[in-house]
Design a protein around this ligand. Structure first.
Ligand code: ZN
Length: 174
């Protein structure tokens, strides 16, 4: 049997939050990187299960040599900590997308996380308009190519975080 014909590997069973936590606090770089990828693409439930441990995870993943060729692998770990922090603070995971260059809109759409509303002419360099299916926030995403493909998400909309104004200003009333 050969699986050379399959373009995408079969999805492995999702690891339990306990397994992911054990990896993250192992001080073993390869285990931490694997767990970080699981979190960065993982479910809200996984991030929420890890949220109570976010400080410990932050400390235990610090000061290790993650290496990386064109892109520092430490960024994957920093992103995983941001995803867990967002869950701990009750923020939607989409508020962290601008912090990591690997959130490919099509991949997130396949996972049901975003809806691609529109995009420019397909090519190496293009722009997507995306809507988060969890909280409805919209983002523009710039795709570029510099040795590897990257995606720069716009910052989360400020309105999502800003408290409601108590008084309306009379400025625009006419
Ligand atoms: Zn969202």
């Amino acid at each position: 049997m050969s699986d050379s014909g399959s373009a995408t590997p079969a999805t492995p069973p999702a690891p339990s939050p306990q397994d992911v936590l054990a990896d993250l606090t192992s001080r073993d770089v390869s285990r931490i990187l694997r767990a970080s990828s699981t979190i960065n693409w993982g479910s809200r439930e996984l991030a929420e299960a890890l949220a109570p441990h976010v400080r410990r995870i932050d400390t235990e993943t610090d000061n290790l040599d993650y290496a990386g060729m064109l892109h520092s692998n430490a960024n994957h770990v920093v992103q995983a900590v941001s995803v867990i922090t967002a869950a701990a603070e009750g923020r939607c995971v989409c508020t962290t997308y601008h912090g990591w260059m690997f959130y490919e809109p099509e991949k997130l759409e396949q996972l049901g996380r975003v809806e691609i509303l529109s995009h420019t002419e397909p090519g190496w360099s293009m722009t997507f308009e995306c809507r988060c299916t969890l909280c409805d926030a919209t983002y523009s995403v710039e795709q570029g190519d510099y040795h590897y493909m990257w995606w720069q998400w716009s910052k989360p909309p400020k309105a999502a975080k800003r408290p409601k104004l108590r008084y309306r200003t009379a400025k625009n009333v006419g």
